[in-house]
Write a protein that binds this ligand. Structure first.
Ligand SMILES: Cc1ncc(COP(=O)(O)O)c(C=O)c1O
Length: 448
């Protein structure tokens, strides 16, 4: 094997911003600021500003963000929730774990939920009875948003709560047309309350009554996470956060909540697990802020319900805040690598590349996932030549027997599961490494 190209190189990335990460570590450790301190508030504020929402609430993982969102929306036993057939299992597990039923829908060519199929399903589904579809979780896979204009339109028509699984797409965006409402605004600005949001609030109150959980009654603007005063950044030489252009809606700012994962190999990865929700809705933010801390209001010490332990660590928040400032320039680097792959590989007819040329959406390339007609032969060949690749998800999650999920006919998911192969895509990779990957891919197809 002549050389090796890693899928990701966390130690190399650490070396690139070592001074700032070390300073963040020192600041936290020297003061003993471990739980719920300034670094967390600062990160939440910066994350909310980056996504374009009023609030961000730091949690322990992307799974927690999904779980918390469903609970905050009052989704539980007897409800059904639409999820894509092709996603990380956590999307469906969060639904199952609140007692609801995931209704799987196939994806389209861009790996995201197929809105035509969602519409077909909603048109024929029972709208009133027990087991009614109450929510949809569009997943923005690999750095590319689901068609949120369409999702929001359907959600409004069928009174669905929208929870965005944006775990793989921090920084991705889509054009926001005037006809599309943000569900999150509904909570923040009462007069615009949508049917779906009203339904979510009503249901949350009902559940709250049943469980003695007072979150259902939380109202009005409150001082929570993201609204805390800005702390000073020490030793920072990193770039300033960028502005979002008008008419553009970032992933995580469309639905009732956006759910984020800061798992180490995400586009914004920590040094351990981490997650967050973003929202414009003060009730949802307050709910998550209390529930992540076992239901406790940190100001008064009052428990407002049976909660969880899923607070984002202060140290992780400090690291993430350093990295967040680099994200805009890192996205540009990812897009440049994607363009290099595209220029060199688009003549290969057995390879489908992740370029969709939709002017309404951009791609931030959390993953550069190609589809090869040769499936495993292709991915194994790359590995044998030293190119580390990921083949998520060869076995669709609904095929895992223990999960007891519906295994219907999902032709696109079935086909792409056999064909997916994610090429090395990260900010630490050098151009000559990208070129080596290209050479190996081309040589598999007998081309120079
Ligand atoms: C699409 C998607 N949803 C949910 C999750 C769950 O995030 P976490 O691993 O932080 O719980 C992930 C991360 O792996 C993901 O990629």
């Amino acid at each position: 094997m002549d050389r090796q190209v890693k899928f990701v190189e966390p130690a190399k990335l650490y070396g690139m911003i070592k001074e700032e990460l070390d300073a963040a570590y020192y600041e936290v450790m020297s003061k003993g600021d471990l739980i719920d301190r300034g670094q967390l508030k600062r990160f939440e504020e910066n994350l909310a500003a980056f996504v374009g929402t009023k609030y961000a609430v730091g949690l322990n993982s992307g799974y927690d963000a999904l779980h918390m969102s469903l609970r905050a929306a009052g989704i539980g036993a007897g409800d059904a929730v639409i999820v894509p057939a092709h996603t990380f299992v956590a999307t469906a597990s969060a639904v199952v774990n609140v007692g609801a039923r995931p209704v799987l829908v196939d994806v389209g060519k861009d790996f995201n939920i197929d809105c035509d199929r969602v519409e077909e399903l909603l048109a024929t589904a029972d709208r009133d009875g027990e087991g009614r579809i109450k929510a949809i979780i569009p997943v923005h896979l690999s750095g590319y948003m689901a068609d949120m204009a369409r999702v929001m339109e359907l959600a409004e028509r069928y009174r669905l709560v929208v929870i965005e699984d944006a775990c793989q797409s921090l920084g991705a965006g889509m054009e926001r047309t005037n006809t599309v409402h943000r569900q999150q605004q509904a909570g923040g600005d009462r007069q615009e309350e949508t049917g779906a949001h009203h339904e979510a609030r009503r249901r949350r109150k009902k559940l709250a009554k049943q469980s003695g959980d007072l979150f259902g009654e939380a109202t009005g603007a409150v001082a929570i996470g993201a609204a805390a005063p800005k702390a000073t950044v020490t030793g920072s030489v990193s770039p300033a956060p960028e502005k979002i252009s008008d008419g553009w809606g970032r992933a995580g700012s469309w639905g009732l909540t956006g759910c984020w994962s800061f798992y180490p190999f995400k586009i914004l990865g920590g040094y351990g697990d981490g997650g967050a929700i973003t929202t414009n809705n003060p009730e949802i933010a307050l709910f998550a802020t209390r529930m992540r801390y076992n239901g406790e209001d940190r100001q008064t010490g009052e428990y407002h319900g049976h909660g969880f332990t899923c607070l984002l660590d202060n140290l992780q928040a400090a690291f993430l805040d350093v990295k967040l400032r680099y994200l805009p320039q890192w996205i540009i680097r990812r897009q440049a690598i994607a363009a290099r792959y595209r220029a060199a590989l688009s003549d290969l007819s057995d390879l489908l590349l992740p370029h969709y040329d939709d002017p309404r959406r951009d791609h931030v390339y959390q993953n550069y996932t190609v589809r090869s007609r040769q499936g495993n032969d292709f991915s194994e060949y790359l590995k044998s030549r030293g190119v580390e690749v990921l083949t998520q998800f060869r076995k669709p999650y609904y095929r895992h027997e223990a999960l007891k999920l519906e295994d219907r006919d999902f032709p696109e998911t079935e086909a792409l599961s056999r064909e997916v192969c994610s090429l090395p895509m990260n900010v630490e990779i050098a151009d000559d490494e990208v070129d080596y990957v290209i050479t190996v891919v081309r040589s598999f197809y007998g081309k120079t």
